[in-house]
Design a protein around this ligand. Structure first.
Ligand SMILES: NC(=O)c1ccc[n+]([C@@H]2O[C@H](COP(=O)([O-])OP(=O)(O)OC[C@H]3O[C@@H](n4cnc5c(N)ncnc54)[C@H](OP(=O)(O)O)[C@@H]3O)[C@@H](O)[C@H]2O)c1
Length: 231
């Protein structure tokens, strides 16, 4: 799968014109930010990481590994430079982090977060609504799409460890924004599924809890989500 993805990346980079390449701000340089940044750069996009510590050695190494003109700066400056913003930050801190990002009008915001906490050996949802609703209330003129919250960061990089292309459900109110995110998902060797409007984002956060409680916190077999046509 890695070889196929490298081939696809070369093909995409050689066929994507400069006009189609976006600047993507990845806010947070943890597991998810470090997985998605290099994947999007391999599709021809320019990545600007937004970090609390943009000059740290770990962040410099991530920038180097990402390539294709990647850089790192503060979270607000990364947002200002970007068309697309990925909020790869702790799910319970989304409101306070989003409120400090500056003007998000007309940006496409990708939300992979889960507002969850470990409690008595299982993950629990700890918000009254979804983080898509939280982000949209702070940034009413942005297009928010829930994506990448239902699969682990290692599967984002290498779907083969999950036995093949895993499905990535997308929820949001803008069809145009979901189509754009679907292109990014396909470019990673994963399968996008449009699961409807932003009301469904909360249930995607529930899917993440199901996955974590089964895959990690109990001795049950691992599973991932796949789109399969039913007879
Ligand atoms: N781990 C997974 O496999 C996985 C899969 C799907 C979805 N998710 C969800 O994706 C989100 C990110 O997960 P993760 O595993 O990447 O988490 P993580 O490794 O803890 O990284 C989160 C990053 O957010 C930034 N951050 C942390 N505290 C902050 C604060 N107080 N203010 C501003 N920025 C802060 C940090 O980046 P800087 O140090 O650069 O500022 C940190 O590295 C979570 O909501 C999680 O539920 C995780």
């Amino acid at each position: 799968m890695r070889m196929i993805k490298s081939f696809l990346a070369v093909l995409l980079c050689s066929t994507i014109t400069v006009a189609q390449a976006d600047t993507i701000a990845i806010i947070g340089t943890g597991n998810v930010g470090s997985a998605l940044g290099p994947e999007f750069a391999a599709q021809g996009h320019t990545i600007v990481y937004g970090s609390r510590n943009p000059n740290d050695r770990d962040v410099a190494e991530l920038v180097e590994r990402t390539g294709n003109g990647a850089s790192a700066t503060t979270q607000a400056d990364a947002v200002a430079a970007a068309d697309i913003v990925v909020l790869a930050v702790p799910g319970t801190l989304v409101a306070e982090i989003t409120a400090k990002l500056g003007d998000l009008s007309r940006k496409l915001i990708i939300d992979p977060t889960n507002p969850i906490k470990l409690d008595l050996l299982r993950m629990r949802h700890v918000a009254a609504t979804s983080n898509v609703d939280v982000i949209q209330s702070i940034a009413p003129a942005a297009d928010v799409v829930k994506a990448f919250n239902t699969l682990g960061w290692k599967v984002m990089i290498d779907p083969d460890i999950a036995g093949g292309p895993v499905s990535v459900p997308l929820a949001g109110d803008s069809g145009r924004a979901k189509r754009k995110v679907a292109d990014l998902v396909r470019g990673m060797g994963l399968e996008p599924i449009d699961v409807g409007d932003s009301d469904n984002a909360r249930w995607l956060e529930g899917m993440a809890i199901l996955l974590i409680n089964n895959n990690i916190l109990t001795p049950r077999p691992n599973f991932n989500f796949y789109l399969r046509e039913m007879d």
